[in-house]
Write a protein that binds this ligand. Structure first.
Ligand SMILES: Cc1cn([C@H]2C[C@H](O)[C@@H](COP(=O)(O)OP(=O)(O)O[C@H]3O[C@H](C)C(=O)[C@H](O)[C@H]3O)O2)c(=O)[nH]c1=O
Length: 133
């Protein structure tokens, strides 16, 4: 029967004053391939920022699903700095490897943004180093 084949997995939407955070794949689900990462969605309210750090190990792929934002990037080794304007009507996926600090600023005064992210590492708090732009 289908009900014995599928899985419905309860998820935890974590809310704070900036918006919410929802992890979609934790990397611990059964039936996954042996090596995987995790998938999450993150929403930023108008004027708020998401990220603001770099990773020691994790490589991430980001796709803006709704809204607009300004992505600030800095290579922590070389100090090279770059800004990219993202608009969900012109979708791109951005690969951000470890060692590149990243922060997504919601530049809208009215609209939220929602960002879809894939990380090739399971969450480990010591992998994230705060970074101020
Ligand atoms: C990453 C993570 C977070 N959390 C909790 C910790 C906080 O209470 C809440 C929000 O986490 P954070 O402040 O890290 O959320 P964002 O600022 O949206 O950052 C996320 O999106 C940006 C764009 C990134 O680049 C980050 O790597 C990613 O963490 O979820 C968990 O419980 N599990 C997790 O795996």
């Amino acid at each position: 029967m289908i009900k014995d084949k599928i899985q419905i997995i309860k998820r935890n939407k974590i809310e704070d004053s900036r918006g919410w955070f929802l992890k979609v794949i934790t990397g611990t689900e059964s039936n996954l391939p042996k090596s995987t990462g995790e998938v999450y969605l993150t929403l930023a309210n108008p004027g708020e920022m998401k990220g603001g750090h770099y990773h020691l190990l994790a490589n991430e792929w980001f796709t803006l699903i709704t809204g607009n934002c300004l992505l600030k990037l800095q290579d922590v080794k070389t100090k090279e700095y770059k800004e990219i304007v993202l608009n969900s009507n012109d979708p791109v996926t951005i690969y951000v490897p470890y060692g590149i600090a990243h922060a997504f600023f919601n530049t809208s005064k009215e609209a939220d943004f929602i960002l879809l992210a894939y990380s090739d590492q399971l969450f480990n708090p010591v992998d994230t180093i705060n970074f101020s732009f």
